[in-house]
Design a protein around this ligand. Structure first.
Ligand code: HEC
Ligand code: HEC
Length: 337
């Protein structure tokens, strides 16, 4: 890395040495293509708590059995660790479920970016016949039939309309808290040179020098652009997903996917939109060959994998919410119909 220490030193020559060193550390960090995760804002605790209940509430599905957490299990890195998800009546899902951890940092939601933000996204699965198989109207009716929910929505939103927009807004507020700060790599970025070992550092240097950072950069090491899967060599898959093309209809966007975050990637196997890579070693090998035209040796591959594992951060500490009971009026679930 080229460092701008000399110019900093000339410009700030009059400053105390301690000040200079601090400036140097900030400069060095600013020059890395990856930045530490920003701190999470928790300004609306009551709304976040309501969103957490909704995230865990399986009654938002037709079967009464599937919640957001079924496919974005917060005990397992916010994913389901399945090739493709299982939806209502055990339907095979079309695509791998991305993690909800740090997803608020992504430029858009879904592999093809068809939802602009978390709130827009949250309405999708509830009404998707292959996922929760409910409708927005049924979800709202259900919540309105549960007195404790009615009271909680009123407390948060100041009136008792209880709309789907409020449901998705509360879920999104909860999801915004699902960040994973203080990964060992972040500690290293902030100046603790002992936070990662020699192999992990070699892996990071190779990750930078080989060109992975062209796409996996920023605080989320991804999530900031749509890129072709298979730049140098085509990616072979039986999965029919066409990526960004489905949203824009532009030929140039065919097979472009949102670059996934690499934060907590150790926890979110299997990899790629079709879930075809079972291990990080496989995913790194595929990326090297298909995106960069580069075949890594076993040792190089192991170095990169070791680096990727330093991206596992502190997982959100979730107290399992106790959900308000259904009332006599609440429509009963239909798991087998
Ligand atoms: C049946 C499994 C399933 C359920 C239930 C489910 N999801 Fe998902 N989720 C997925 C899959 C699969 C995708 C990727 C779909 C795509 O990209 O086309 C996804 C994508 C997402 C994303 C986008 C992440 C990103 O980086 O693009 C978010 C956020 C999300 N889901 C949140 C939720 C919330 C909130 C709920 C509950 C209201 C929910 N999900 C319910 C399977 C599920
Ligand atoms: C040209 C852009 C680009 C480059 C360069 C690139 N990637 Fe990727 N990466 C992607 C895209 C796009 C995906 C998602 C592809 C898909 O699922 O079909 C991805 C997926 C991944 C995944 C799987 C993540 C998950 O959750 O499924 C890993 C791991 C990964 N990349 C690591 C790397 C490494 C290591 C390098 C360097 C050797 C690299 N990438 C270089 C764009 C890129």
């Amino acid at each position: 890395m080229t460092q701008h220490f000399p110019s900093v030193r000339f410009a700030l020559g009059a400053l105390a040495v301690a000040g200079l060193l601090a400036t140097g550390a900030v400069q060095a960090q600013a020059q890395e293509p990856v930045q530490p995760l920003p701190a999470v804002k928790t300004i609306e605790p009551a709304k976040i708590e309501l969103g957490k209940k909704l995230f865990f509430d399986p009654r938002l599905s037709k079967s009464g059995f599937i919640s957001c957490n079924s496919c974005h299990n917060l005990s397992m890195g916010g994913s389901d660790n399945l090739k493709t998800s299982i939806g209502d009546r055990w339907q095979k899902g079309p695509i791998n479920s991305p993690t909800v951890l740090n997803s608020s940092l992504n430029l858009a939601q879904f592999w093809d970016g068809r939802a602009k933000d978390l709130q827009e996204q949250a309405g999708g699965p509830i009404a998707n016949p292959g996922e929760m198989a409910f409708t927005h109207a049924l979800a709202v009716d259900l919540l309105r039939s549960i007195p404790q929910y009615v009271a909680e929505f009123k407390k948060v939103f100041g009136h008792d309309k209880l709309s789907i927009e409020e449901v998705t807004s509360a879920i999104a507020a909860f999801e915004e808290t699902l960040t994973t700060p203080n990964a060992r790599f972040d500690q290293w970025l902030k100046g603790d040179k002992k936070a990662i070992d020699a192999q992990e550092l070699r892996g990071y240097q190779l990750f930078k020098n080989a060109g992975c950072v062209a796409c996996h950069n920023g605080p989320n090491l991804g999530g900031s652009s749509f890129q072709r899967m298979g730049v140098v060599e085509p990616y072979k898959t039986a999965n029919p997903a066409e990526g960004r093309f489905a949203v824009t209809g532009k030929d140039a966007d065919r097979f472009n996917f949102k670059v996934p975050t690499l934060r907590n990637v150790e926890l979110t196997y299997p990899y790629f939109h079709d879930g075809a890579a079972d291990t990080l070693a496989q995913a790194v090998d595929t990326m090297g060959r298909l995106q960069l035209g580069r075949t890594f040796s076993d040792a190089e591959n192991a170095d990169i994998v070791a680096f990727l594992k330093t991206l596992t951060g502190e997982q959100p500490q979730i107290t399992l919410p106790i959900l308000p009971p259904s009332s006599d009026k609440t429509k009963r679930p239909q798991p087998f119909e």
